[in-house]
Design a protein around this ligand. Structure first.
Ligand code: CP
Length: 312
């Protein structure tokens, strides 16, 4: 593997999930791969799980890790040909090449601004690192995608599925802040690769990018959509068409134990209790949120392993 900026960098999902589960059983078996190799992680936005699980994965592989919270300390310029006489102090053209002197792999988190759809869809930050740093780039959540989260989610469904073709429902839920569509986008993309019966449910107006959802079934009736579900993945996202807007705060979309019935509950975390989901669900044995967070390590580790195996 040369990079992991999008789900489509994985060519054989079944193989990668099986390899991640093998790593989970013996996480220190490939320490030689990362010896004398460095992962540099750059965070333009805060993180708990991604930051810690990716560092743990890299260290399990024997890598050194350098982490920088970049927005707090360094203002980068991404526009070509700009006169840099305002607040930005270094252009990405130099910065990416310089960081690549210290890194064998660069991993980047950079959220969308949710005000300019075209700019967010252009994925300027992660694509600029891919363009100017001559080392592999890993996406730690970008404007439109969170592929490491989605891989961890696929591993978790594989581990807990009892049916050969489980019913998986992605449900929108309310949130007081405008959130990105990235987790939902990547989850949808992964579900299209797996043997699952997949439905999305959300209020009208919350349709995701149709280039991503393609012909996935969308049911605007949440209760109907959740019937006989094996896995219910819950996530808030802001509107895509009316870009970045909060169109509904309807508390009836919160996931309750009654709605969940016997299904397993999934969420990428962090989650707002009694807004997205009621306590009874999160505190029940049907909640997989901690397992998902645990699998973030093995998702990151299988990806880093594949990239390390391909380094010159
Ligand atoms: N799920 C997830 O990406 O969590 P963090 O924002 O804490 O990294």
């Amino acid at each position: 593997m040369k990079k992991y900026t999008a789900i489509h960098d994985i060519h054989d999902f079944s193989q990668i999930i099986n390899e991640a589960l093998t790593i989970k059983n013996a996480p220190f078996n490939n320490k030689h791969l990362g010896t004398n190799k460095t992962l540099v992680m750059l965070f333009f936005n805060a993180s708990l799980r991604t930051r810690l699980s990716t560092e743990k994965a890299a260290k399990n592989l024997g890598m050194d890790v350098i982490c920088m919270q970049i927005n707090n300390s360094w203002n980068l310029e991404f526009e070509d040909g700009t006169v840099m006489n305002l607040t930005t102090s270094e252009h990405i053209k130099e910065a990416a090449k310089v960081i690549a002197q210290y890194a064998d792999i660069i991993a980047v988190r950079a959220f969308p601004n949710l005000t300019d759809k075209n700019q967010d869809n252009a994925e300027i930050i992660i694509n600029s690192f891919s363009k100017y740093a001559n080392v592999p780039v890993v996406n730690l959540e970008s404007s439109t995608a969170h592929p490491l989260q989605a891989l961890a989610d696929a591993i978790t469904i594989n581990e807990f599925s009892k049916a050969s073709k489980p019913k998986v429902v992605l449900s929108w839920a309310p949130h007081p802040k405008a959130l990105p569509q990235s987790v939902a986008n990547s989850f949808v993309t992964v579900m299209q690769q797996l043997p699952v019966d997949f439905t999305i449910t959300h209020p009208k107006g919350y349709e995701l990018n149709t280039d991503i959802t393609k012909d996935v079934v969308i049911n605007y009736n949440q209760v109907e959509a959740l019937k006989n579900a094996d896995f219910v993945y819950v996530k808030n996202w802001s509107a895509y068409t009316d870009y970045g807007k909060i169109l509904s705060q309807d508390t009836n979309w919160m996931i309750t134990q009654d709605k969940l019935a016997k299904a397993k509950f999934m969420h990428c975390l962090p989650v707002r209790r009694n807004v997205i989901v009621e306590d009874a669900v999160l505190d029940s044995e049907n909640s997989l949120v901690i397992e998902q967070a645990n699998n973030r390590t093995y998702a990151a580790q299988v990806i880093l392993k594949k990239i390390l195996e391909n380094l010159d």
